[in-house]
Design a protein around this ligand. Sequence first.
Ligand code: DNO
Length: 387
Amino acid sequence: MKQTWRWFGPGDPVTLKDIRQAGVEGIVTSLHHVPNGNVWTRSEIRKRIELLSKYDYDWDVVESLPVHKSIKTGNSDRDMYIRNYIRSLENLSDEGVNHVVYNFMALTDWTRTDLDFYEPDGAKTIRYDAVDIACFDIFILKRKDAEKDYDPDTVKEAEKRNAELDRISRKRLIKIILMGLPGTVDDIPLEEFRKKLEIYHRLGKEGLRRNFSWFMEKVLPVAKKLNIILSIHADDPPFSIFGLPRIVSTREDLEYITGAFNSDSNALCFCTGTFGANKSNNVLKMLENFSGRISFVHLRNVKKEPDGSFYESKIFEGSLDMTAIVKLLVIEQKNRGFDCPIPFRPDHGQSVMKDFEQQTYPGYPAIGRLKALAELRGLIKAFEHTL
Ligand code: DNO
């Protein structure tokens, strides 16, 4: 397997020089400064490649080339955005970059409620709290009939939480839920969020799938011709929030995506921590089922709680059996042959030690990720030797 690292570009406090010392073999990055929907020009792409090449890196994976919301919602201007998307793919291919991650999440990219959650040992991580989400949805957003989506206990807890929230914590919760987390393209004010929610509610799962199919029909033939792999990232969290439709959350969703579009260019970016946050998902089984379609892996663990909350745990201490996951991946790697290494990256890490002295993107501290990478690397090597 190929060890890669997500770099957010020249503004990322974790520099290429640091990354080099982490011993990774490849880089995952994006042109975060280009507004969503605009064409990625060859010169912007080349600039990024040149930066990477100073440290002997290639641009292994683009994460992400975001899909514009007009495509997701099927808006009348979607033709222009699909043309731009295709042009960006052509430009990437012309510059020798041929692996692109994207998602088809409605409205929000990944969502959390707490960016400063501490483990007993003092390590800091990020958390999704089911009661905070219900509290935001029912009492702050005041979405019509929102309480019907929650069990009575959660509604009661959310009511209590709402009464306890002071002005500052209320503001903080709104900001965290609506903010653009790393890799996200839009930071949406509350009013706009309400309006956009309605568009997606009207669409429903059927409509979102229809728009996804439209997108696939347009881009897949181009990607195939250009030899580009398009890897879809799962919905995070992988269940409906705020009544939003979800189409990349479960085994059934993956069956649809891989079955309906049977092309080498249609692949899965398998994020263990994302799929693992849904208590009905059996991550090991999903890995087994779709291993042949996986082109990129995000490795992280989550600790699930009975009410649907979860936090991002240490790599071997969460609810997922990371050893068994890695074992399956190495078996898949062996089947494919070691000359076609499957790229993976340590995904979100906990902030530890000197991480507290550096302002990194939530979930993307240097040392915490390096720790997870080192642990994973050891495990992978051990399996590679013994399997
Ligand atoms: C979070 C990431 C996501 C992911 C995008 C892919 O850390 O895994 O932001 O990059 O959803 O399009």
